[in-house]
Structures are given as C-alpha cells and as structure tokens.
Design a protein around this ligand. Structure first.
Ligand SMILES: [Zn+2]
Length: 284
C-alpha cells in the first residue's frame, strides 16, 4: 500500500478490497530516516490490524539500503536505517522485513557478497529476534547482487540455518533475471530451482508482480497481472504449492491505489483457484 493518505486509511482500504496481508514502507523509501512514531500511534496501528484481521503486515526496507556498499558512510547509514526498520517492524507486530540484496558498486560480485554477508552477520545480532529478514531476489541488473537463486542460497548458507533470514520471491525480478514463468511447466521448473537452492521452508513471501519486458533482460518493469508475460497458468502453478496458510502474497503492481488494485487482486484469486482445480484434477 502507498504511504500517501496515512496508515489507517490505507489499511482500511486494503481490508475493504479483501486483502488479508499488506506490505508497506516504514517511511519514505528514499529517505535515510523513519518518521517518529508515538506509542499511541503504534497501539492504534496494532489494534487496527487486529480488528481488520490483516496478518502478516510486511515491511519493505527503503530502496536506499545497501548492506554491501564499499562506501563507509553509505554502509553506516544503511545499517542504521535497517536497525530502525527492524525495530519498527517489531513495534508494529510485523514478522517480516523485505530487503533487496544490494549492489557491489564496483568492488566486484565476490567482494560485494562477502561484504554483504559479514555486514549481515554483525547487524543481525542487534535486531529484534521476532522479526525475520526476507532477502528479495533482484532483476540482476548491472552490479546488483541477488539476481540468481544460487546467490541467495550462498548468503543463507553463510549466515547459517538458525539465522532469522528467509527469501521473498519476486516473480517479475525472477523473470528479468532469466527464470521462466511463461507456462505452468516453466513456473514449476523455476520453483524447483529455487527450492533446491534455498530450501522450500525458507521461501516466506511472494511478490507476484507481472512484467512486460523480455525474459532475462534485467529490466524491472512491473505490470498488471493480466497485461504481462507471466501467464495465468504459471501463476496457477506457483500458487498451487502447499504453501503455509499465512504466506503473504503481495502485489506491487502499477497504479497502486487506483481501481487496478481490485482487478489485480481478483485475477490473483482466480489464478489461485485455477491452480487448486488443476491439482484436484491431477490427483483424481
Ligand atoms: Zn518486489
């Protein structure tokens, strides 16, 4: 949901649309600081989420954050903002903070990955344990890290199995990085690659955006579900896995806050239902 209009108004609108989960930014996604929040506002937000049965609330970290920056001040600011974001999530009762893996900024992939892992290992110690960090796969453009499932797997392995870190799969980014979601078969083989790399239990959220740039060209161009190159059959296959009941499935489609939200949500539900039908037919 957009920040504009305020938390309560947007959460009420999401609930009225039939959303069961919501993703928000904790603050301006291009600012280094979160707006202050008084205890009264925190209590109000928590009780509104409970009243409207929205769970989980997912927090997306600011785009600025880069835990693999070789610029000392930039890295420091990123760590500070991540600390604040994790704490804000805990205050709001949000179990997940989604973050992009970052970019190596000229130091090379290997050095960027090492820096990312060592930064995370250090920072994790100070974060509230009830909040899990979700690493989102990226479109893999330029110096950005985390475009491949193997890169995510490498990070998770270095952090160790007990680290409160999982994965958020973004279908549009996966497509841009070259993974096939043009058919049910393509989606299944892409998902098998992901599960094999990171472990199925580590995939804790989905960003189900569609995309209208050719596969593998690293362009992060989100599109409405019915207007992109990822097909309904691929969505049905993706959604038909035995996911946990409270898996957040999130739309980051264009024109957020417009009538498109209801259209995208209805399409998503139809794809999910189609997947269930297909599974039932296969089991007969
Ligand atoms: Zn995303």
């Amino acid at each position: 949901m957009p920040l504009k209009g305020g938390f309560a108004r947007n959460i009420r609108r999401a609930a009225a649309l039939g959303c069961r989960t919501v993703q928000i930014f904790a603050g301006n996604p291009t600012a280094w600081q979160l707006p202050a929040l008084r205890q009264k506002e925190i209590d109000e937000r928590r009780s509104l989420l409970a009243e409207l049965d929205i769970y989980p609330l997912v927090i997306h970290a600011a785009y600025l954050v880069n835990l693999s920056s070789s610029r000392e001040n930039f890295l420091k600011s990123s760590c500070r903002l991540m600390q604040e974001t994790m704490e804000r999530a805990a205050l709001l009762g949000s179990p997940y903070v989604v973050m992009h893996v970052g970019s190596h900024g000229g130091q090379g992939f290997a050095a960027g990955m090492e820096l990312f892992v060592s930064t995370l290992l250090r920072e994790l110690e100070n974060w509230p344990p009830e909040v899990t960090l979700l690493l989102e796969n990226t479109a893999g453009a330029g110096s950005s890290l985390g475009g491949s499932f193997e890169a995510l797997a490498y990070i998770l392995e270095k952090l160790g199995p007990a680290a409160p870190v999982g994965v958020c799969l973004d279908t549009a980014h996966a497509w841009a990085a070259g993974y096939d979601f043009s058919s049910a078969h393509g989606a299944r083989s892409s998902m098998e690659q992901l599960f094999k790399a990171v472990g199925r239990e580590k995939v804790l959220a989905l960003h189900v955006n569609n995309v209208n740039a050719p596969r593998g060209n690293h362009k992060d161009r989100h599109m409405h579900l019915r207007e992109g190159l990822i097909t309904p059959a691929a969505y049905a296959a993706l959604l038909s896995y035995p996911w946990p009941e409270d898996l957040p499935v999130i739309l980051e489609t264009p024109e957020m806050g417009s009538d498109w939200d209801a259209v995208n949500l209805a399409d998503l539900r139809a794809y999910a239902d189609a997947g269930v039908v297909e599974e039932e037919e296969r089991s007969i």
